[in-house]
Design a binder for this molecule. Structure first.
Ligand SMILES: [Zn+2]
Length: 440
């Protein structure tokens, strides 16, 4: 049992992120793992004036810890499809993820949603963090992404069949959709994830509307939110009509779907960082044919999503951290920058998209994260500068002066580990060339 603690952060510029309130010369009181009070120092209730542990933050900004609504803790900075599904043993993935979780927290992300990975890993990392075994953000975790032969998660050659180590769970019938959802709920997931579209398809979806409706009703019957990866036009349209709780990407959304999405208040997590980074990384890193597809998608996404935002759609920031193009701890806040640069957000609204509004993706903590008010978790950042005027400030770890999770300071010491990739984390390589027989 952790003994009771009480401390104050004094002389703070507080961004509550409940709305755009800024409290100058403020104080924030932490008791145990919660916020007990915040407001102008001049208005502090007497009971809190007696607290003897006072940290003077010197007019720095105090704001909620970031909430990354979309990242994959088990992906290990994967550069290949094989890495996500084949060679790396699940136990190794889990150990690796527990190290990567720390990097995420040290970037100022105090809560995150992992919408899908190999069975059992994200939930295990989540539980290890809760148990104090591993340092990391509060996690909400999906299980395997439920997919078909046309969705992501089933992109390896067909003869390999349904691999138990894959991040995708292939379902072949209505019964199997129901069964996989029940398996995952039994495994203790926080949400169900559907792979609604496949790589490179702009038009059709991986499931029929009837199948999606079935998945939504079973997840909701078991009291779990259900989210969908949907890049193609049809998958987005069907996801909106089936009533998913949120949609990831929505790149090729058409206008009638956009209107329906806004009417129904369904949030979108675009996760453009992965696309933009893949283009920025250059043609030596990402082959031209893949870059062309990404460019096309990004153009389509920016066009429809900026329009959707202007018309009242709720857009939420998630970084898609976990791939080789989005390594852990480096790119989480980049999505907010892209909301500003590409979608027409002002900086303060972009900040709300990665705090207050992102909390919907962490259902297990309901509305106890993402904003600062009494009773909420003391998940806080003390930041140099004014991120509500320039979110880029949060992309440089030097500006994050202190990170507090559950009322406890996160230590930012160098761990001295030199992370090296195992060969099996990429692909299984026998040789790197061909040995031709010499002609005599
Ligand atoms: Zn993802």
């Amino acid at each position: 049992m952790i003994p009771t603690q009480r401390f104050r952060l004094d002389n703070a510029r507080i961004l509550t992120c409940e709305d755009k309130t800024i409290i100058d010369n403020g104080s924030l009181v932490v008791v145990d793992d919660r916020i007990a009070w915040l407001g102008p120092i001049a208005e502090m209730p007497t009971e809190f004036k007696l607290i003897d542990q006072i940290i003077d933050v010197n007019q720095r900004t105090v704001m909620p810890g970031l909430v990354d609504a979309h990242m994959h803790i088990s992906f290990g900075e994967a550069a290949s499809e094989e890495e996500l599904s084949l060679y790396t043993p699940p136990a190794y993935r889990a150990i690796r993820a527990s190290v990567d979780a720390r990097k995420v927290l040290l970037a100022g992300v105090t809560s995150a949603c992992d919408p899908g990975g190999p069975r059992g890993i994200a939930t295990a990392v989540r539980d290890a963090i809760d148990a104090g075994l591993v340092v990391g953000p509060r996690l909400a975790a999906a299980g395997r992404q439920i997919t078909t032969q046309q969705g992501i998660g089933d992109t390896l050659p067909a003869p390999l069949g349904d691999l138990s180590t894959s991040f995708g769970a292939i379902v072949r019938s209505h019964d199997e959709i129901i069964q996989e959802i029940r398996n995952e709920v039994k495994d203790g997931v926080d949400l169900i994830k559907i792979a609604g579209s496949g790589p490179g398809t702009r038009e059709f979806g991986a499931f029929t509307l009837t199948e999606l409706e079935l998945a939504v009703s079973e997840a909701h019957r078991l009291d779990k939110p259900i989210a969908i990866h949907a890049r193609s036009r049809q998958s987005i349209a069907d996801a909106v009509s089936a009533g998913f709780d949120w949609i990831m990407h929505a790149s090729y959304m058409d206008e009638p779907t956009m209107e329906m999405l806004i009417m129904r208040g369904i949030p979108v997590i675009p996760a453009m960082t992965l696309l933009v980074n893949s283009l920025d990384a250059g043609k030596d890193v990402v082959p031209a044919v893949i870059r062309d597809g990404i460019k096309r998608e990004l153009e389509a996404a920016v066009k429809i999503l900026s329009k959707a935002y202007k018309n009242g759609a709720r857009l939420i920031a998630g970084s898609e951290t976990g791939f080789a193009m989005t390594p852990y701890g480096q790119w989480h806040s980049r999505e907010m920058e892209l909301f500003v640069e590409l979608l027409g957000f002002n900086n303060h609204d972009a900040l709300l998209a990665m705090t207050k509004y992102a909390a919907v993706a962490i259902p297990r903590f309901g509305n106890l994260v993402g904003t600062l008010s009494p009773g909420k978790y003391a998940d806080l950042l003390v930041v140099d500068g004014k991120p509500e005027l320039d979110v880029k400030i949060l992309g440089d770890q030097k500006n994050i002066h202190k990170i507090i999770k559950s009322g406890r300071f996160v230590e930012n010491q160098e761990d001295g580990l030199n992370r090296q990739s195992q060969l099996f984390e990429r692909t299984r390589l026998f040789t790197s060339g061909i040995y031709n027989r010499q002609k005599s």
